[in-house]
Write a protein that binds this ligand. Structure first.
Ligand SMILES: NC(=O)c1ccc[n+]([C@@H]2O[C@H](COP(=O)([O-])OP(=O)(O)OC[C@H]3O[C@@H](n4cnc5c(N)ncnc54)[C@H](OP(=O)(O)O)[C@@H]3O)[C@@H](O)[C@H]2O)c1
Length: 278
């Protein structure tokens, strides 16, 4: 029975991944900051049936996350790590914007390019986004690699919004930069942000025969960014649809042959190597 570690499992894609993995009989260590989501205050992870161990107090944006994970997972042989925890990184502050305002640095991003986006981005937003989206996977993977062996897999949930070549709408400086990818195809996509972390890990872990990939989950109806109501208005796909393709990529594509590549969930089609678009 393969052993998975998935980060950010209180809601959204993380919760969906845990449900799907547990349903097929896999062992899942599901990490959360708290069982109840920041977005809704609901505890859903406690109700998922299966061989699940929930590890609480795991904030990937904090430097002590490695020590906490090592303690919680001592002696566990890990087959797959899915770095899912992340987002637009503006939910935690006392003045956290909601709705459309949360989906942009200054209201831009999918709402369109305009000078206000540049005016609104702050050093705090940039650093907060790097802490969770870029450094989060690095901290977690540094702590767990020694518990993995040949045949191990590392999947980083990235985003099409990090595509430099595909950015035609501006805004979201912090999120796009922290998850950035280049404008070419395939392995050449890996250029900056968490995708440079992914590419380096892929090279450094090659001799250990651990495959490392980034994946764009598509636009998914979660509490991401502006929240579920607006994500639904954008025509986002159900969590289960994205999760099915994410696991297909994890099972069949995340091999040493494809290590270092960036793939995407493709709604209404099969997953494919990222070539732009959501
Ligand atoms: N939904 C989309 O359309 C979409 C598109 C592209 C990429 N993504 C990516 O997919 C991943 C999952 O997002 P989602 O759509 O499922 O959004 P979500 O519903 O907002 O879930 C985000 C999860 O990440 C956790 N998280 C946030 N900051 C964290 C931190 N510092 N430490 C540990 N956990 C943290 C949240 O926990 P709390 O409840 O504690 O906040 C929550 O469990 C993210 O990396 C996101 O960037 C999503």
């Amino acid at each position: 029975m393969p052993v998975y570690v998935v980060t950010g499992c209180s809601g959204g894609l993380g919760l969906g991944l845990v449900k799907a993995l547990a349903a097929r009989g896999d062992k899942v260590y599901a990490t959360v900051r708290k069982r109840a989501t920041t977005a809704t205050g609901e505890d859903q992870i406690s109700n998922v049936q299966g061989d699940i161990t929930v590890i609480e107090d795991i904030d990937v944006a904090k430097d002590d996350v490695g020590a906490k994970l090592s303690a919680a997972l001592a002696g566990v042989k890990i087959d797959v790590v899915i770095h899912n925890a992340g987002g637009i990184a503006n939910r935690d502050g006392p003045d956290a914007p909601t709705g459309a305002a949360a989906f942009a640095d200054g209201g831009g991003g999918p709402m369109g390019a305009k000078p206000d986006n540049l005016k609104a981005v702050t050093t705090e937003r940039m650093l907060a986004s790097f802490q969770v989206n870029t450094l989060g996977p690095l901290r977690v993977q540094k702590a767990l690699t020694e518990q993995m062996g040949a045949g191990g897999k590392v999947l980083i949930i990235s985003t099409g919004m990090g595509s430099i070549g595909d950015n035609n709408s501006g805004g979201l400086y912090a999120y796009r930069t922290a998850k950035a990818i280049g404008s070419g195809g395939g392995a050449r996509m890996a250029a900056a942000g968490v995708n440079m972390v992914m590419r380096n890990m892929a090279l450094d872990l090659k001799t250990s025969e651990i495959a490392v990939m980034s994946v764009n989950p598509g636009m998914v109806l979660t509490d991401f960014g502006p929240g579920a109501e607006m994500m639904a208005k954008f025509g986002s796909m159900p969590v289960e649809e994205s999760v099915a393709q994410l696991l297909a990529i994890c099972d069949d594509v995340c091999t040493m042959e494809n290590t270092g590549k960036f793939w995407t969930v493709k709604r209404g089609a099969a997953p494919m190597e990222f070539a732009g678009g959501f």
